[in-house]
Design a protein around this ligand. Structure first.
Ligand SMILES: *[C@@H]1O[C@H](CO)[C@@H](O)[C@H](O)[C@H]1NC(C)=O
Ligand SMILES: *[C@@H]1O[C@H](CO)[C@@H](O)[C@H](O)[C@H]1NC(C)=O
Ligand SMILES: *[C@@H]1O[C@H](CO)[C@@H](O)[C@H](O)[C@H]1NC(C)=O
Ligand SMILES: *[C@@H]1O[C@H](CO)[C@@H](O)[C@H](O)[C@H]1NC(C)=O
Ligand SMILES: *[C@@H]1O[C@H](CO)[C@@H](O)[C@H](O)[C@H]1NC(C)=O
Ligand SMILES: *[C@@H]1O[C@H](CO)[C@@H](O)[C@H](O)[C@H]1NC(C)=O
Ligand SMILES: *[C@@H]1O[C@H](CO)[C@@H](O)[C@H](O)[C@H]1NC(C)=O
Ligand SMILES: *[C@@H]1O[C@H](CO)[C@@H](O)[C@H](O)[C@H]1NC(C)=O
Ligand SMILES: *[C@@H]1O[C@H](CO)[C@@H](O)[C@H](O)[C@H]1NC(C)=O
Ligand SMILES: *[C@@H]1O[C@H](CO)[C@@H](O)[C@H](O)[C@H]1NC(C)=O
Ligand SMILES: *[C@@H]1O[C@H](CO)[C@@H](O)[C@H](O)[C@H]1NC(C)=O
Ligand SMILES: *[C@@H]1O[C@H](CO)[C@@H](O)[C@H](O)[C@H]1NC(C)=O
Length: 498
């Protein structure tokens, strides 16, 4: 059975997913006679009108109709569960060796330091979701001293059980690292390890990357448990300290992986009520983060792993794009409005459309920063060029695309390195930090998570920091207009540029 039929059977899909499915089955419908299709459409229309009339009759009261059509936007879910908790948030980043901005730039807390800090705080339990583990260079037969930090993190994880910290790890089948020795040695030390067969369950992968520490601190970001994430790949994420409400919420997502890792597991439909959340787009958590009043919620994909109460990752992205009035700044490793695996390269313009509408209909300034490295798939090139081609300020269409290229230098022997792995979005209203590339599979079959945050304007809020990070990278020497891409060594686009 194709995964798509499972998706449809098993779940009430929100509209973007429906359109994804529709485009997939459309060729099967072509055989249908157009006259009968028209008749059917007419009948459906009549039925729809009758139904609408009935509904309106029932509702009667105009205010209630209005309310049903325009549900009130954000009612905050609740205050922080523990008012004594002093929650704080930090932006974390890593930079590939030798990436020199040439000036004194501001940056987030170093990812390695942030992970070390979380490890040192752990006293009871750490749960980690990661696509794969590969914390030493020899695991991929590479000779590089730049895995020192990775080895150190692995040593710390190995030591946790002897400190009486219980550690649970979920990873993916299929995986990029089938020969991971990390998982072997961790298991020997008493770490509980499960692999979720997303290949079998959804025809996707588990691509989420997060930690939950002692039920109160969380990390979410682009970095896998990979030595290259610390010294060879540019990563971005977020750590929130002392926030049991968000940690409990993320725990539900971890648990959904943990239970589906059993060898014969199927995806529950519906998910038991334990997996429901009270924190979502309609009811974000209201909390004080590092002294700034904030609203936060955690999103997930794929849809079949979301109870109705969990905001889907794609829906959060689309509403951030549609809600922007001033600017939309996006940094993603890959932007590919199509599907690579699931729908056989089917076109999937859902996010692209939303970006274009914001730019064309509402004069919102859109900046898209994508990564290009030696292993980047040149198939994305025509799509990003087509977006960039729309840019015409004299017609009030501001939509600019740039390519971020990290010079490989003498590190070119390391596979899957020297890339900008960041996946975030910032508008004048919202900061979004996720784990997914912006292509169809990541929202239909693949597991990912994101943190969505709105904060009151303030000089040093997380939101402002994320904005500054985008500006720093956009105007850095590593960001190139598409017209210059041909001249750039280390970017696979240059081989496909016209
Ligand atoms: C949250 O708590 C503050 C004061 O502690 C209060 O003013 C506010 O009304 C509360 N908000 C909600 C949604 O309960
Ligand atoms: C960079 O800026 C920071 C803070 O603004 C300052 O403490 C540091 O000395 C500066 N470094 C250099 C090399 O200018
Ligand atoms: C790795 O590189 C170092 C220095 O470049 C060299 O001394 C060492 O022999 C190499 N090890 C292997 C296994 O190739
Ligand atoms: C771990 O727990 C065991 C049994 O509860 C106890 O004997 C031991 O002292 C603890 N070790 C540490 C490092 O806390
Ligand atoms: C894993 O190990 C097998 C046999 O040892 C080898 O054939 C294969 O290439 C390895 N895979 C990777 C990704 O290193
Ligand atoms: C977390 O809260 C404790 C008090 O419960 C406080 O001492 C600590 O500094 C807080 N940690 C952070 C990183 O905010
Ligand atoms: C999984 O299901 C198959 C067939 O339904 C059965 O033969 C097998 O024993 C099951 N395995 C486990 C571990 O339950
Ligand atoms: C947020 O918490 C800090 C202490 O962590 C406090 O000083 C500040 O007044 C609080 N801000 C708001 C808006 O509640
Ligand atoms: C921002 O601050 C204003 C006044 O200080 C407050 O009324 C509003 O609820 C705050 N917004 C958020 C998102 O916390
Ligand atoms: C569109 O936005 C730009 C700034 O991005 C502004 O300069 C221009 O005046 C706006 N045009 C209209 C018609 O609002
Ligand atoms: C790589 O190049 C950097 C400077 O560009 C240099 O500092 C470093 O020693 C070189 N490493 C190797 C292994 O050649
Ligand atoms: C997305 O990201 C992963 C690594 O995080 C990469 O391997 C993959 O090729 C990327 N692109 C697409 C379109 O899936």
């Amino acid at each position: 059975m194709p995964a798509s039929s499972r998706l449809l059977e098993g779940h009430e899909l929100t509209s973007p997913y429906k359109s994804l499915h529709d485009s997939y089955v459309s060729d099967r419908r072509d055989s249908r006679c157009p006259v009968s299709a028209l008749l059917a459409a007419a009948c459906l229309l009549l039925l729809g009108i009758l139904l609408a009339v009935t509904v309106i009759e029932v509702l009667k009261n105009e205010d209630r109709i209005h309310e049903a059509l325009n549900p009130p936007q954000t009612q905050t879910c609740c205050n922080q569960t523990d008012p004594m908790e002093q929650s704080s948030i930090v932006l974390v980043e890593s930079f590939p060796l030798g990436l020199d901005y040439g000036r004194n730039v501001s940056a987030g807390v170093d990812l390695y330091d942030a992970w070390k800090d979380l490890l040192s705080r752990a006293s009871e339990q750490i749960d980690v979701a990661s696509f794969y583990w590969c914390l030493t260079a020899e695991d991929i037969s590479v000779n590089s001293s730049s895995d020192r930090q990775g080895r150190d993190i692995l040593e710390e994880f190995k030591a946790l059980p002897s400190r009486n910290v219980s550690v649970r790890v979920v990873t993916s089948i299929p995986t990029l690292a089938p020969n991971s020795t990390d998982l072997k040695v961790l298991k020997e030390r008493g770490v509980q390890i499960r692999r979720v067969n997303f290949g079998r369950l959804t025809k996707g992968i588990l691509h989420s990357k997060f930690w939950i520490v002692d039920g109160k601190h969380v990390y979410i970001g682009s970095a896998n448990m990979d030595w290259r994430a610390l010294t060879q790949v540019k990563e971005l994420g977020v750590v929130i300290y002392n926030c049991s409400a968000l940690a409990d919420d993320l725990q539900k997502i971890f648990q959904s992986y943990w239970v589906t890792a059993r060898s014969n597991a199927s995806i529950p439909d519906p998910w038991p009520s334990d997996y429901d959340t009270g924190i979502n787009q309609e009811h974000p958590l209201l909390l004080n983060l590092s002294g700034v009043q904030s609203q936060a919620y955690i999103t997930a994909s794929p849809p079949v792993f979301c109870p109705d109460s969990r905001t889907r990752d794609l829906d959060a992205i689309l509403s951030a794009i549609r809600g922007a009035q001033d600017f939309i700044h996006v940094a993603v490793m890959e932007f590919y409005p199509a599907s690579k695996f699931f729908h056989h390269h089917g076109y999937w313009p859902v996010i692209e459309d939303a970006l274009k509408r914001s730019a064309v209909d509402r004069n919102v300034s859109v900046c898209l920063l994508v990564s290009c490295g030696q292993e980047t798939d040149p198939a994305v090139w025509p799509f990003i060029r087509s977006l960039d081609a729309l840019h015409s300020p004299s017609d009030n269409i501001n939509i600019a695309v740039r390519v971020f290229v990290i010079p490989a230098g003498n590190q070119s022997h390391i596979p899957y390195s020297r890339i900008n792995h960041n996946k975030y979005l910032v508008t004048e209203k919202v900061a979004y930090v996720g784990t997914s590339n912006w292509s169809a599979d990541y929202f239909s079959t693949t597991a990912g998570v994101a943190l969505v945050l709105s904060q009151n304007a303030s000089g040093d809020s997380f939101h402002q920091q994320l904005r500054a990070v985008f500006d720093r990278d956009w105007s850095s020497p590593f960001s190139h207009p598409l017209a210059d891409v041909q001249r750039i060594h280390d970017c696979a686009f240059s081989t496909s540029a016209p």
